[in-house]
Ligand binder design. Structure first.
Ligand SMILES: *Cc1c(COP(=O)(O)O)cnc(C)c1O
Length: 413
Protein backbone atom coordinates (compact mmCIF):
# COMPACT_ATOMS: atom_id res chain seq x y z
CA UNK A 1 0.00 0.00 0.00
CA UNK A 2 1.37 3.40 -0.87
CA UNK A 3 1.83 5.81 2.02
CA UNK A 4 -0.13 9.00 2.58
CA UNK A 5 1.49 11.97 0.83
CA UNK A 6 3.40 14.19 1.35
CA UNK A 7 6.03 12.28 3.32
CA UNK A 8 7.98 14.11 6.00
CA UNK A 9 11.72 13.36 5.79
CA UNK A 10 13.02 16.57 7.34
CA UNK A 11 13.35 15.61 11.01
CA UNK A 12 16.69 17.43 11.31
CA UNK A 13 14.75 20.68 10.72
CA UNK A 14 12.04 19.92 13.26
CA UNK A 15 10.07 16.99 14.61
CA UNK A 16 6.36 16.61 15.30
CA UNK A 17 5.43 16.76 18.97
CA UNK A 18 4.95 13.32 20.50
CA UNK A 19 1.27 13.02 21.59
CA UNK A 20 2.50 11.91 25.03
CA UNK A 21 4.32 15.25 25.29
CA UNK A 22 1.19 17.23 24.37
CA UNK A 23 -0.81 15.29 26.95
CA UNK A 24 1.71 16.07 29.68
CA UNK A 25 1.62 19.78 28.78
CA UNK A 26 -2.14 20.32 28.61
CA UNK A 27 -2.98 20.69 32.34
CA UNK A 28 -0.35 23.42 32.62
CA UNK A 29 -2.24 25.72 30.23
CA UNK A 30 -5.52 25.70 32.10
CA UNK A 31 -5.57 24.15 35.59
CA UNK A 32 -1.96 24.32 36.73
CA UNK A 33 -1.36 27.73 35.16
CA UNK A 34 0.40 29.33 38.12
CA UNK A 35 3.67 31.21 38.03
CA UNK A 36 6.38 29.01 39.55
CA UNK A 37 7.77 32.16 41.13
CA UNK A 38 4.59 32.61 43.20
CA UNK A 39 5.68 31.24 46.56
CA UNK A 40 2.54 32.00 48.56
CA UNK A 41 -0.12 29.74 47.08
CA UNK A 42 -0.80 26.32 45.66
CA UNK A 43 -1.06 27.58 42.05
CA UNK A 44 2.56 28.60 42.17
CA UNK A 45 3.62 25.40 43.96
CA UNK A 46 1.89 23.21 41.38
CA UNK A 47 3.61 24.96 38.49
CA UNK A 48 6.91 24.79 40.34
CA UNK A 49 6.47 21.05 40.87
CA UNK A 50 5.98 20.61 37.12
CA UNK A 51 9.15 22.56 36.39
CA UNK A 52 11.12 20.65 39.04
CA UNK A 53 10.07 17.29 37.59
CA UNK A 54 11.02 18.42 34.07
CA UNK A 55 14.42 19.57 35.31
CA UNK A 56 15.08 16.09 36.68
CA UNK A 57 13.94 14.49 33.39
CA UNK A 58 16.22 16.79 31.36
CA UNK A 59 19.18 16.21 33.70
CA UNK A 60 18.75 12.41 33.61
CA UNK A 61 18.89 12.35 29.83
CA UNK A 62 22.46 13.68 29.91
CA UNK A 63 23.70 12.31 33.24
CA UNK A 64 23.68 15.71 34.95
CA UNK A 65 22.34 17.05 38.24
CA UNK A 66 19.07 18.98 37.97
CA UNK A 67 20.76 22.05 39.46
CA UNK A 68 22.91 22.17 36.32
CA UNK A 69 19.99 22.67 33.90
CA UNK A 70 19.01 26.15 32.64
CA UNK A 71 15.83 26.39 30.57
CA UNK A 72 15.98 28.71 27.55
CA UNK A 73 13.91 29.45 24.45
CA UNK A 74 15.80 26.91 22.32
CA UNK A 75 19.22 25.84 21.18
CA UNK A 76 19.95 29.19 19.54
CA UNK A 77 19.60 30.95 22.88
CA UNK A 78 21.45 28.18 24.72
CA UNK A 79 24.37 28.54 22.31
CA UNK A 80 24.41 32.33 22.67
CA UNK A 81 24.30 32.12 26.47
CA UNK A 82 27.03 29.49 26.60
CA UNK A 83 29.42 31.12 24.14
CA UNK A 84 29.00 34.82 24.90
CA UNK A 85 28.32 34.13 28.57
CA UNK A 86 31.59 32.21 28.94
CA UNK A 87 33.60 34.59 26.76
CA UNK A 88 32.57 37.67 28.78
CA UNK A 89 33.10 35.84 32.08
CA UNK A 90 36.56 34.45 31.29
CA UNK A 91 37.97 37.21 29.07
CA UNK A 92 41.72 37.79 29.44
CA UNK A 93 41.69 41.54 28.85
CA UNK A 94 38.89 44.12 29.04
CA UNK A 95 37.18 45.42 25.91
CA UNK A 96 38.94 48.44 24.45
CA UNK A 97 42.31 47.61 25.99
CA UNK A 98 43.76 46.91 22.55
CA UNK A 99 44.86 43.44 23.67
CA UNK A 100 43.18 40.18 22.64
CA UNK A 101 40.27 39.47 24.96
CA UNK A 102 40.93 35.73 24.60
CA UNK A 103 41.04 32.91 22.08
CA UNK A 104 38.04 30.74 21.09
CA UNK A 105 38.08 27.60 18.96
CA UNK A 106 35.06 26.50 16.96
CA UNK A 107 34.66 24.89 13.56
CA UNK A 108 33.59 25.94 10.12
CA UNK A 109 30.54 23.65 9.81
CA UNK A 110 28.79 24.69 13.01
CA UNK A 111 25.16 25.81 12.85
CA UNK A 112 24.70 29.59 12.41
CA UNK A 113 23.56 29.67 16.04
CA UNK A 114 27.21 29.04 16.97
CA UNK A 115 29.02 30.71 14.05
CA UNK A 116 27.21 34.03 14.42
CA UNK A 117 27.84 34.51 18.16
CA UNK A 118 31.51 33.60 17.51
CA UNK A 119 31.71 36.17 14.70
CA UNK A 120 30.21 38.80 16.98
CA UNK A 121 32.84 38.03 19.63
CA UNK A 122 35.51 38.31 16.94
CA UNK A 123 34.29 41.83 16.08
CA UNK A 124 34.35 42.64 19.78
CA UNK A 125 38.02 41.80 20.19
CA UNK A 126 38.18 38.05 20.82
CA UNK A 127 40.30 35.88 18.51
CA UNK A 128 38.41 33.00 16.95
CA UNK A 129 39.77 29.96 15.10
CA UNK A 130 37.25 28.34 12.75
CA UNK A 131 38.70 24.83 12.34
CA UNK A 132 38.05 23.12 9.03
CA UNK A 133 36.75 19.56 9.54
CA UNK A 134 38.24 16.67 7.59
CA UNK A 135 36.78 15.92 4.15
CA UNK A 136 34.67 13.30 5.95
CA UNK A 137 33.08 16.05 8.11
CA UNK A 138 34.52 14.74 11.38
CA UNK A 139 36.08 17.17 13.86
CA UNK A 140 38.91 15.36 15.62
CA UNK A 141 40.60 15.90 18.96
CA UNK A 142 43.91 16.14 17.08
CA UNK A 143 42.66 19.17 15.12
CA UNK A 144 41.54 20.84 18.34
CA UNK A 145 44.86 20.00 20.04
CA UNK A 146 46.78 21.67 17.22
CA UNK A 147 44.67 24.82 17.52
CA UNK A 148 44.81 25.20 21.32
CA UNK A 149 46.81 28.19 22.58
CA UNK A 150 47.93 29.40 25.95
CA UNK A 151 45.20 32.07 25.83
CA UNK A 152 42.37 29.77 24.67
CA UNK A 153 39.36 30.26 26.97
CA UNK A 154 36.62 28.31 25.20
CA UNK A 155 36.17 25.51 22.68
CA UNK A 156 32.75 25.15 21.01
CA UNK A 157 32.31 22.07 18.82
CA UNK A 158 28.97 20.62 17.73
CA UNK A 159 28.33 17.02 18.76
CA UNK A 160 26.71 16.04 15.48
CA UNK A 161 26.24 18.07 12.33
CA UNK A 162 22.72 19.01 11.28
CA UNK A 163 23.30 18.81 7.51
CA UNK A 164 25.35 15.64 7.12
CA UNK A 165 24.95 13.97 10.53
CA UNK A 166 28.66 13.46 11.16
CA UNK A 167 29.78 13.00 14.76
CA UNK A 168 32.66 14.87 16.38
CA UNK A 169 35.14 13.29 18.81
CA UNK A 170 33.53 15.02 21.78
CA UNK A 171 34.74 12.77 24.67
CA UNK A 172 38.34 13.04 23.45
CA UNK A 173 38.04 16.79 22.80
CA UNK A 174 36.57 17.17 26.29
CA UNK A 175 39.41 15.22 27.91
CA UNK A 176 41.89 17.43 26.12
CA UNK A 177 40.10 20.61 27.21
CA UNK A 178 40.00 19.46 30.84
CA UNK A 179 43.71 18.64 30.72
CA UNK A 180 44.39 22.20 29.51
CA UNK A 181 41.84 23.92 31.76
CA UNK A 182 39.73 25.13 28.84
CA UNK A 183 35.92 25.10 28.86
CA UNK A 184 34.17 22.90 26.30
CA UNK A 185 30.74 23.84 24.96
CA UNK A 186 28.93 21.56 22.57
CA UNK A 187 25.87 22.25 20.45
CA UNK A 188 24.13 18.95 21.07
CA UNK A 189 20.90 19.79 19.26
CA UNK A 190 21.12 16.87 16.81
CA UNK A 191 22.74 14.47 19.29
CA UNK A 192 21.04 14.73 22.67
CA UNK A 193 17.93 12.59 22.89
CA UNK A 194 19.04 10.50 19.93
CA UNK A 195 22.29 9.00 21.22
CA UNK A 196 23.48 8.12 24.76
CA UNK A 197 24.94 11.18 26.47
CA UNK A 198 26.70 11.51 29.80
CA UNK A 199 28.33 14.84 30.55
CA UNK A 200 30.61 13.31 33.18
CA UNK A 201 31.90 10.51 30.96
CA UNK A 202 31.99 12.75 27.87
CA UNK A 203 33.82 15.66 29.58
CA UNK A 204 31.42 18.38 28.43
CA UNK A 205 31.08 21.61 30.46
CA UNK A 206 28.26 23.34 28.58
CA UNK A 207 25.72 21.53 26.42
CA UNK A 208 22.86 22.98 24.36
CA UNK A 209 19.79 21.21 23.10
CA UNK A 210 16.29 21.96 21.93
CA UNK A 211 12.74 20.67 22.46
CA UNK A 212 11.54 20.66 18.87
CA UNK A 213 14.34 18.43 17.56
CA UNK A 214 13.43 15.66 20.03
CA UNK A 215 9.62 15.46 19.59
CA UNK A 216 8.94 18.26 22.08
CA UNK A 217 7.52 21.74 21.49
CA UNK A 218 9.22 24.64 19.70
CA UNK A 219 10.51 27.65 21.62
CA UNK A 220 11.98 25.68 24.54
CA UNK A 221 15.53 24.49 25.04
CA UNK A 222 18.05 23.73 27.71
CA UNK A 223 21.63 24.51 28.57
CA UNK A 224 23.65 22.27 30.86
CA UNK A 225 26.11 24.29 32.97
CA UNK A 226 28.66 22.20 34.88
CA UNK A 227 28.83 22.91 38.63
CA UNK A 228 31.81 20.78 39.67
CA UNK A 229 35.29 20.24 38.26
CA UNK A 230 35.16 22.90 36.97
CA UNK A 231 32.34 25.07 38.24
CA UNK A 232 31.47 27.03 35.10
CA UNK A 233 30.30 30.60 35.49
CA UNK A 234 28.54 32.63 32.81
CA UNK A 235 27.69 36.28 32.31
CA UNK A 236 23.90 36.40 31.88
CA UNK A 237 22.83 38.05 28.63
CA UNK A 238 19.62 39.54 30.04
CA UNK A 239 18.72 41.22 33.30
CA UNK A 240 15.46 40.59 35.12
CA UNK A 241 13.96 38.68 38.00
CA UNK A 242 16.85 36.33 38.71
CA UNK A 243 15.11 33.14 37.57
CA UNK A 244 17.22 30.12 36.51
CA UNK A 245 19.90 31.08 39.06
CA UNK A 246 20.23 34.42 37.28
CA UNK A 247 21.49 32.81 34.07
CA UNK A 248 18.20 33.33 32.27
CA UNK A 249 15.73 35.69 33.96
CA UNK A 250 12.06 35.93 33.01
CA UNK A 251 8.91 34.02 33.96
CA UNK A 252 9.45 30.37 33.10
CA UNK A 253 7.74 28.86 30.03
CA UNK A 254 6.08 26.24 32.22
CA UNK A 255 4.15 24.41 29.48
CA UNK A 256 7.22 24.30 27.25
CA UNK A 257 9.43 23.12 30.10
CA UNK A 258 6.99 20.35 31.05
CA UNK A 259 6.90 19.32 27.36
CA UNK A 260 10.67 19.32 27.05
CA UNK A 261 10.94 17.25 30.22
CA UNK A 262 8.50 14.65 28.93
CA UNK A 263 10.30 14.56 25.56
CA UNK A 264 13.59 13.93 27.39
CA UNK A 265 12.04 11.13 29.46
CA UNK A 266 10.64 9.41 26.35
CA UNK A 267 13.92 9.86 24.49
CA UNK A 268 15.89 8.26 27.33
CA UNK A 269 13.58 5.24 27.33
CA UNK A 270 13.27 4.78 23.57
CA UNK A 271 16.45 6.09 21.91
CA UNK A 272 18.15 2.71 21.58
CA UNK A 273 15.19 1.16 19.80
CA UNK A 274 14.61 4.25 17.63
CA UNK A 275 18.28 4.51 16.65
CA UNK A 276 18.50 0.85 15.67
CA UNK A 277 15.36 1.04 13.53
CA UNK A 278 16.33 4.32 11.88
CA UNK A 279 19.85 3.13 11.11
CA UNK A 280 18.39 0.14 9.30
CA UNK A 281 16.01 2.36 7.30
CA UNK A 282 18.74 4.88 6.48
CA UNK A 283 21.06 2.12 5.24
CA UNK A 284 18.28 0.72 3.10
CA UNK A 285 17.66 4.19 1.62
CA UNK A 286 21.32 4.89 0.92
CA UNK A 287 22.06 1.43 -0.41
CA UNK A 288 19.10 1.46 -2.81
CA UNK A 289 19.85 4.94 -4.15
CA UNK A 290 23.59 4.50 -4.59
CA UNK A 291 23.32 1.03 -6.11
CA UNK A 292 20.58 1.98 -8.56
CA UNK A 293 21.99 5.36 -9.59
CA UNK A 294 25.56 5.97 -10.69
CA UNK A 295 27.41 9.22 -9.89
CA UNK A 296 25.80 9.60 -6.48
CA UNK A 297 27.65 10.14 -3.26
CA UNK A 298 26.68 9.94 0.40
CA UNK A 299 28.34 12.92 2.11
CA UNK A 300 30.21 12.58 5.39
CA UNK A 301 32.01 9.76 7.17
CA UNK A 302 30.54 6.32 6.39
CA UNK A 303 30.32 5.20 10.03
CA UNK A 304 30.71 8.24 12.29
CA UNK A 305 27.27 9.48 11.42
CA UNK A 306 23.88 9.79 13.14
CA UNK A 307 21.45 6.95 12.39
CA UNK A 308 18.73 9.15 10.93
CA UNK A 309 20.41 11.77 8.68
CA UNK A 310 21.46 11.10 5.11
CA UNK A 311 22.94 13.68 2.75
CA UNK A 312 23.29 12.54 -0.85
CA UNK A 313 24.71 14.38 -3.89
CA UNK A 314 23.42 13.51 -7.36
CA UNK A 315 25.67 14.25 -10.35
CA UNK A 316 24.17 15.49 -13.64
CA UNK A 317 20.90 16.80 -12.28
CA UNK A 318 19.93 20.37 -11.59
CA UNK A 319 19.07 20.99 -7.94
CA UNK A 320 15.88 22.98 -8.35
CA UNK A 321 14.49 20.58 -10.95
CA UNK A 322 15.20 17.69 -8.59
CA UNK A 323 13.32 19.37 -5.73
CA UNK A 324 10.40 20.04 -8.10
CA UNK A 325 10.36 16.42 -9.24
CA UNK A 326 10.11 15.06 -5.68
CA UNK A 327 7.52 17.51 -4.37
CA UNK A 328 5.79 14.80 -2.34
CA UNK A 329 8.90 14.26 -0.23
CA UNK A 330 9.48 16.99 2.34
CA UNK A 331 13.26 17.24 2.71
CA UNK A 332 16.06 19.82 2.53
CA UNK A 333 18.30 20.63 -0.42
CA UNK A 334 21.97 21.58 -0.43
CA UNK A 335 20.98 25.14 -1.22
CA UNK A 336 20.30 27.81 1.34
CA UNK A 337 18.04 30.68 0.40
CA UNK A 338 19.71 33.97 1.18
CA UNK A 339 17.45 36.89 0.27
CA UNK A 340 17.22 36.60 -3.50
CA UNK A 341 19.83 34.06 -4.52
CA UNK A 342 20.37 30.37 -3.88
CA UNK A 343 23.69 29.79 -2.16
CA UNK A 344 25.25 26.34 -2.00
CA UNK A 345 25.39 24.98 1.55
CA UNK A 346 28.52 26.24 3.36
CA UNK A 347 28.78 22.86 5.06
CA UNK A 348 29.03 20.92 1.80
CA UNK A 349 31.32 23.61 0.35
CA UNK A 350 33.67 23.25 3.33
CA UNK A 351 33.79 19.49 2.73
CA UNK A 352 34.94 20.16 -0.82
CA UNK A 353 31.66 19.36 -2.56
CA UNK A 354 31.53 21.61 -5.64
CA UNK A 355 28.83 24.29 -6.00
CA UNK A 356 26.91 22.38 -8.69
CA UNK A 357 26.91 19.15 -6.73
CA UNK A 358 25.99 20.95 -3.51
CA UNK A 359 22.88 22.36 -5.22
CA UNK A 360 21.89 18.88 -6.37
CA UNK A 361 22.19 17.36 -2.90
CA UNK A 362 19.37 16.22 -0.65
CA UNK A 363 19.25 15.92 3.12
CA UNK A 364 16.80 13.19 4.06
CA UNK A 365 16.25 12.87 7.80
CA UNK A 366 14.11 10.13 9.29
CA UNK A 367 12.17 10.15 12.55
CA UNK A 368 10.19 8.25 15.17
CA UNK A 369 7.20 7.64 12.89
CA UNK A 370 8.99 7.14 9.57
CA UNK A 371 7.80 3.84 8.10
CA UNK A 372 9.38 1.31 5.80
CA UNK A 373 6.69 2.12 3.20
CA UNK A 374 7.62 5.81 3.30
CA UNK A 375 11.29 5.02 2.77
CA UNK A 376 10.42 2.72 -0.13
CA UNK A 377 8.27 5.44 -1.70
CA UNK A 378 11.13 7.93 -1.33
CA UNK A 379 13.58 5.54 -2.98
CA UNK A 380 11.31 4.93 -6.01
CA UNK A 381 10.43 8.60 -6.35
CA UNK A 382 14.02 9.84 -6.13
CA UNK A 383 15.42 7.18 -8.47
CA UNK A 384 12.71 7.88 -11.06
CA UNK A 385 13.22 11.66 -10.79
CA UNK A 386 16.99 11.47 -11.20
CA UNK A 387 16.75 9.05 -14.14
CA UNK A 388 14.22 11.30 -15.87
CA UNK A 389 16.28 14.45 -15.37
CA UNK A 390 19.41 12.71 -16.60
CA UNK A 391 17.65 11.58 -19.78
CA UNK A 392 17.22 15.29 -20.54
CA UNK A 393 20.80 16.21 -19.71
CA UNK A 394 23.32 16.67 -22.56
CA UNK A 395 26.15 16.55 -20.01
CA UNK A 396 24.98 13.16 -18.82
CA UNK A 397 24.98 11.95 -22.45
CA UNK A 398 28.60 13.08 -22.81
CA UNK A 399 29.46 11.37 -19.55
CA UNK A 400 27.85 8.14 -20.83
CA UNK A 401 29.89 8.40 -24.02
CA UNK A 402 32.98 8.45 -21.88
CA UNK A 403 33.95 12.08 -22.43
CA UNK A 404 35.89 13.38 -19.46
CA UNK A 405 33.93 16.52 -18.63
CA UNK A 406 36.70 18.00 -16.54
CA UNK A 407 38.73 18.31 -19.76
CA UNK A 408 35.97 19.90 -21.83
CA UNK A 409 36.66 23.46 -22.95
CA UNK A 410 33.55 25.37 -22.03
CA UNK A 411 32.40 28.27 -24.15
CA UNK A 412 32.53 31.56 -22.27
CA UNK A 413 29.79 34.11 -22.65
C1 LIG B 1 18.03 23.31 14.96
C2 LIG B 1 19.40 23.56 15.42
C3 LIG B 1 19.70 24.70 16.18
C4 LIG B 1 18.67 25.75 16.51
O1 LIG B 1 17.78 25.30 17.48
P1 LIG B 1 16.51 26.17 17.90
O2 LIG B 1 15.97 25.47 19.10
O3 LIG B 1 15.59 26.11 16.73
O4 LIG B 1 16.97 27.54 18.20
C5 LIG B 1 20.99 24.86 16.61
N1 LIG B 1 21.95 23.96 16.31
C6 LIG B 1 21.69 22.86 15.59
C7 LIG B 1 22.79 21.89 15.30
C8 LIG B 1 20.41 22.63 15.11
O5 LIG B 1 20.17 21.54 14.39
Amino acid sequence: MSPKLPIYLDHAATTPCDPRVVEAMLPYFTEKFGNPGSRNHSFGWEAEAGVDAARVQAARLIGANEKEIVFTSGATESNNLAIKGAAYMYERAPAGSGRSRGHIITNAIEHKAVLDPCKRLQREGFEVTFLPPGADGVITAEAVRAALREDTILVSIMWANNEIGTISEIPQIGALCHEKGVILHSDGTQWVGKMPTNVARDNVDLLSWSGHKIYGPKGIGALYVRRHKPRVRLNALADGGGQERGFRPGTLNVTGIVGLGKACEIAAAEMDRDAERLLRLRRKLEHAITSRLEVTKVNGHAEKRLPHISNISFGFVEGESLMMAIKEIACSSGSACTSASLEPSYVLKTLGVGDELAHSSLRLSLGRWTTEAQVEYAIENIVAAVEKLRRLSPLYDMHKEGIDLSKVEWAHH
